[in-house]
Write a protein that binds this ligand. Structure first.
Ligand code: PMP
Length: 402
């Protein structure tokens, strides 16, 4: 018999199961609003022009090489990633208080951060995360041995932020606890605090000594501007205290499968930062030794060249504009059809997703009758929609709620 015979089969991870079911559906009407990927108006995968251009340059670059990177990745990529998130004139960067390491996209950056905290922040083994949050967040931290708690975040009554609930829950968290904060374009809700609310969150967290761990997967997908979107994190860094930041280039550069990301740890002093970096290497080395080159080389080339950076910023703005226009179209079409309910949250929500308010039964009905695939929590990937598919979605929502 097999030495693995005792292993039970577990169900597919829900979001991936959705992907499989979508693939098998023969209907020409089928519509995939599940996976968080940016698509063209026709629902086709999208590669940024600036990425294509840089890839051609890299192919011809004779200094290109395939040997191992250092454990912490491409130094230039790390430097420019920190600048992207903290700003070109960030005092923390100038004072060498930030250590940045290249990791395997947002997921890998969170994972390395979680392992680092489990090992070096052992007196505070609890992470607070928003209710709800990105599906992989609890797994990422619990496999590192950290305890998971939640803070109130989304108010189903208003389809907006439960700010009071959030503050109360952070207030009652034990001093020193880790708090995971999605920096902008919250997944899955599309609901963000305002800047004055962020300031209140900051004051509360700093007064209680809570440690912020920011997850940034959508910089630029709220306002269309990379710097304007970065305000929440920059508020926290400006007060001189410490935090962790996981950055992903999956959505904002369309580099999903290249796994490009960075973990930054902002420290009180340059000395602490250098000690932290030395320990991060010991966390990374036994996990995958060193990160891959290709994606991070593309990103570094874009970030460090003024023209390429500008070209990229314009493409980020265009992606954001399309998301906003899809929100408006969907909202208008639901109003025109007279679909019962208040759908104004669709245009108020920000980023890639809208938390539609549809319940699991309604979602199941829409999948069965209309071949529309989305997670059972009712999250809609706005980037999966196009002008041609909005009417089909509206028919489905209308039928589901009436
Ligand atoms: N954080 C959030 C909030 C996300 O939405 C995602 C991707 N959907 C990630 C992290 C991780 O993505 P990746 O590993 O592709 O960067």
């Amino acid at each position: 018999g097999s030495v693995f015979a005792h292993i039970p089969k577990v169900p597919e991870v829900p979001l991936y199961a959705l992907q499989v079911a979508y693939g098998k559906d023969p209907s020409p009407l089928k519509l995939n609003l599940g996976f968080g990927v940016y698509r063209t108006e026709d629902g086709k995968p999208f590669i940024l022009n600036v990425v294509r251009r840089v890839e051609r340059l890299l192919v011809n670059d004779m200094s290109n090489f395939k040997e191992y990177l250092p454990i912490t990745g491409i130094a230039e990529f790390n430097r420019w990633s920190a600048r992207l998130i903290l700003g070109a004139d960030s005092p923390a960067i100038k004072e060498n208080r930030v250590t940045t390491v290249q990791c395997l996209s947002g997921t890998g950056s969170l994972r390395i951060g979680a392992e680092f905290l489990a090992k070096h922040y052992p007196q505070h083994h609890t992470v607070y995360m928003s209710q709800p949050t990105y599906g992989n967040h609890p797994n990422l931290f619990s496999v590192a041995g950290l305890a998971i708690k939640t803070y109130r975040y989304y108010d189903p009554g208003t389809c907006g932020l439960d700010f009071q609930g959030m503050l109360e829950d952070l207030q009652s968290a034990p001093s020193g606890a880790i708090v995971l904060l999605q920096a902008w374009a919250h997944n899955p809700t599309g609901v963000d605090p305002t800047i004055p609310q962020w300031e209140q969150i900051r004051q509360l967290m700093r007064s209680k000594g809570l440690l912020p761990f920011f997850d940034s997967a959508y910089q630029g997908f709220v306002s269309g501007n990379l710097d304007d979107d970065a305000q929440s994190i920059r508020l926290f860094v400006a007060d001189g205290s410490e935090c962790l930041i996981a950055q992903s280039y999956s959505k904002i550069m369309g580099l999903y499968g290249e796994r490009v990301g960075a973990l930054s740890i902002v420290c009180k002093t340059a000395e602490v930062a250098s000690h932290v970096e030395s320990q991060l290497k010991l966390v990374i080395r036994p996990m995958y030794s060193n990160p891959p080159i290709h994606g991070a080389a593309i990103t570094a080339a874009i970030l460090k060249d003024r023209d390429l950076y500008n070209e990229w910023s314009i493409e980020v703005k265009a992606m954001n504009d399309r998301l906003i226009s899809m929100r408006q179209r969907l909202f208008d079409a639901l109003c025109d059809k007279g679909t019962p309910g208040d759908w104004s949250h669709i245009t108020k929500h920000v980023g890639m997703f809208t938390f539609s308010g549809l319940n699991p039964e309604q979602v199941a009905f829409m999948t069965k009758k209309y071949h529309i695939y989305m997670p059972s929590d009712g999250r809609i990937n706005m980037a999966g929609l196009g002008p041609k598919t909005v009417p089909h979605l509206v028919d489905a929502i209308h039928a589901a709620v009436t």
